[in-house]
Design a protein around this ligand. Sequence first.
Ligand SMILES: C[C@@]1(CC(=O)O)c2cc3[nH]c(cc4nc(cc5[nH]c(cc(n2)[C@H]1CCC(=O)O)[C@@](C)(CC(=O)O)[C@@H]5CCC(=O)O)C(CC(=O)O)=C4CCC(=O)O)c(CCC(=O)O)c3CC(=O)O
Ligand SMILES: NC(=O)C1=CN([C@@H]2O[C@H](COP(=O)(O)OP(=O)(O)OC[C@H]3O[C@@H](n4cnc5c(N)ncnc54)[C@H](O)[C@@H]3O)[C@@H](O)[C@H]2O)C=CC1
Length: 167
Amino acid sequence: MNFLPISINIEDETILIIGGGHLAVHKVESLERFTHKIKVIATNVVPELLDRSFVEVEQKQYEPSDLEGHLLVYAATNNKDLNEEIRRDGKRFRCIVNVVDKPQHCDFVSPAIFRQGNMTVAVSSNGENVYAAIKWRNQIREMANAGTLFQLETKEVYRQEFLNKTE
Ligand SMILES: C[C@@]1(CC(=O)O)c2cc3[nH]c(cc4nc(cc5[nH]c(cc(n2)[C@H]1CCC(=O)O)[C@@](C)(CC(=O)O)[C@@H]5CCC(=O)O)C(CC(=O)O)=C4CCC(=O)O)c(CCC(=O)O)c3CC(=O)O
Ligand SMILES: NC(=O)C1=CN([C@@H]2O[C@H](COP(=O)(O)OP(=O)(O)OC[C@H]3O[C@@H](n4cnc5c(N)ncnc54)[C@H](O)[C@@H]3O)[C@@H](O)[C@H]2O)C=CC1
């Protein structure tokens, strides 16, 4: 597999999660650092999702038209066939779909993220080895917390440093 790392502007997007179980909670925990515009559609929804007032919850069976108007979709049900079907349906609605239980069926995968202010480090294994991605991210976080890395200067300071090096 081969995924392109990019940073997407999601200000005008509502991110859709199909499935309201533990995996959905896990995805919300990753997403909520970046956006509160999140919608969950599922037949059963766990309290951790209902407790988050910013999550819009619709308790019902999935149907393809649910995808309409959503750029980013997580297929996070406990039904592998349905998750795959959601990915296929997504093609019709021009959605980019993450299938939580099947890297091979993902249009995008979620990297392991370390974030400090505007600076973000996102580690991905191309969907091949999620445990490695988590470990690398944790090591980066430890280095940052130890203060040996990432002394954040102003853009102008970095620009001057960059220009001096390339002269
Ligand atoms: C392909 C991908 C698709 C996707 O979901 O996007 C995927 C797939 C799978 N994950 C599995 C397991 C776990 N995943 C986590 C956690 C995270 N998983 C994330 C990403 C991705 N996971 C994408 C690849 C990214 C890349 O390119 O490397 C992170 C980094 C980001 C996020 O989810 O936001 C987030 C860390 C968040 C954080 O710490 O910040 C934990 C730990 C935990 O839950 O705490 C467990 C153990 C759960 C347990 O067993 O209890 C399995 C079963 C593997 C097996 O054992 O065989 C599969 C399926 C498979 O690999 O085949
Ligand atoms: N990517 C990852 O990090 C990992 C992925 N997984 C996989 O993720 C999947 C989901 O796991 P959990 O969240 O723990 O399951 P869960 O059983 O807690 O939740 C499943 C959810 O899917 C919903 N659902 C099922 N059929 C539906 C339908 N037709 N329409 C609407 N909603 C429907 C249920 O209502 C429920 O909210 C599992 O298949 C598991 O194998 C497991 C571990 C890690």
